[in-house]
Design a protein around this ligand. Structure first.
Ligand SMILES: [Zn+2]
Length: 422
């Protein structure tokens, strides 16, 4: 063996020895690098799930206290149950007859005679009677105004009386936005006689200028929606007889309410704009599709924006679907009446609502406080007095110790401000 070869062999041995000796250090470096990478990934995931998000408010129209309790007892609402287990569950006593008034009370902290939304119909600035009062009919500040003043970034989705959207620090999706996108994508769903009027009336201000996402692309094809609803055992159409009964009821109280509002505003010959009611645009039998997509998309939009904007501190969304299913499947409003067989279908919708809320909660960080609230319970009976309207719900994921069984709508606002330390 030559000197050179010997030298090479010796060097090789030396290098290998050094490598073996340093192996533990190398492994440590490798371990450190991998941990760092994992930490970065974790951090990015955490960043993406809204690190600033302090509170999520979910409004479910018509969620009934008694039904929620019943389904919790049969382990059917795992997500809502786990929030109650950590926090508290109250009844919500509606103080007004109309959903529009109650939701506005929750969002303003004022009674309806103060905030001015006294009905589901209103007279706009052109002396026209419209359904779902426009946002400018509200006389007092709403939660988003207060948050904007405090420079708190928020997102509000689909609440009643939010069209035209107001300019806020954050994003607002009016109650018109999702139905409008749904009708745009499925023109055959809209009654031909009303379609053009609807689209020309609601041309602008359906979402705030800051809203950079395209709702249209988030609407799945109708076949996919029907497939989902079938698998959840939720009806895609309402039975014809129920539709007729519900229409009769609605026509009755619409006429009465219109007369009351004409009297309040001293209007002799109103110009009624029928196309400003979203639900008159679609064949009543097909209402389940619109209700389902409205609820699903409110959640989808919230998930998307929470993931993409880590500066959001308040997210609030509204789900109108449950109330519509309840009204059409139980038109007489009684749980033990003739339509008892439809109760299971209604329960299936509660399960869907719980499941879809769970999807959103999974995307939040653990410190986010969650409020679930409804405006009233099932079967809002319009012939009886207000005291007969069934209780809605108020659930908070943390203890708030109110020392009472139920709260009234305007108290919701105070609780939210308290949680935010405002
Ligand atoms: Zn309602």
């Amino acid at each position: 063996m030559g000197i050179l070869q010997k030298f090479i062999r010796k060097s090789k041995k030396k290098i290998i020895a050094v490598l073996i000796k340093k192996r533990s250090e190398w492994l440590m470096i490798l371990f450190f690098l991998m941990s760092f990478q994992l930490y970065c990934l974790e951090f990015r995931r955490f960043e993406a799930s809204g690190t600033s998000l302090k509170i999520l408010i979910i409004g479910i129209d018509g969620a009934d206290k008694e039904i929620i309790e019943r389904l919790i007892n049969s382990n059917d609402l795992p997500n809502i149950s786990s929030l109650i287990a950590k926090g508290e569950f109250y009844g919500l006593k509606p103080e007004d007859r109309w959903s529009t008034s109650i939701w506005t009370s929750m969002l303003t902290g004022k009674k309806s005679n103060q905030h001015g939304i006294i009905s589901f119909v209103s007279v706009n600035k052109y002396a026209q009677i419209v359904l779902s009062p426009p946002s400018y009919m509200r006389k007092t500040e709403a939660l988003w105004d207060i948050l904007t003043k405090k420079n708190i970034k928020s997102l509000f989705i689909s609440f009643p009386c939010t069209w035209p959207v107001e300019s806020i620090h954050g994003y607002m999706v009016s109650q018109i936005a999702i139905p409008k996108a749904f009708f745009y994508k499925n023109p055959n769903m809209v009654k031909k006689s009303l379609s053009q009027k609807f689209f020309s009336y609601y041309t602008r201000n359906c979402v705030s200028n800051s809203f950079k996402w395209d709702i249209l692309t988030m609407i799945p094809p109708i076949e996919a929606l029907i497939g989902e609803m079938n698998s959840l055992n939720i009806p895609v159409e309402f039975p014809f007889t129920n539709v007729m009964i519900e229409k009769k009821i609605v026509r009755g109280w619409y006429k009465k309410e219109l007369q009351r509002i004409m009297h309040v505003y001293n209007i002799k010959k109103p110009i009624v704009l029928p196309y400003t009611t979203i639900f008159s645009l679609i064949d009543s039998k097909k209402l389940p599709l619109l209700s389902y997509i409205s609820d699903k998309l409110s959640i989808d939009i919230a998930i998307k924006i929470v993931k993409e904007d880590s500066q959001l501190e308040v997210v609030a969304l509204y789900m109108p679907g449950l109330d519509i299913f309840q009204e059409y499947l139980l038109p007489d409003g009684r749980l033990n009446g003739f339509y008892k067989k439809n109760l299971q279908l209604i329960f299936n919708y509660y399960r869907f609502v719980d499941d879809t809320i769970g999807r959103l909660i999974k995307n939040l960080n653990k410190n986010t406080k969650i409020i679930i609230v409804s405006d009233h319970g099932i079967g809002i009976d319009l012939v009886k007095n207000i005291s007969d309207i069934r209780e809605g719900i108020f659930i908070c994921s943390e203890k708030i110790n109110l020392n009472k069984e139920n709260i009234v709508p305007d108290e919701v606002f105070d609780i939210v401000l308290k949680i935010l330390n405002l």
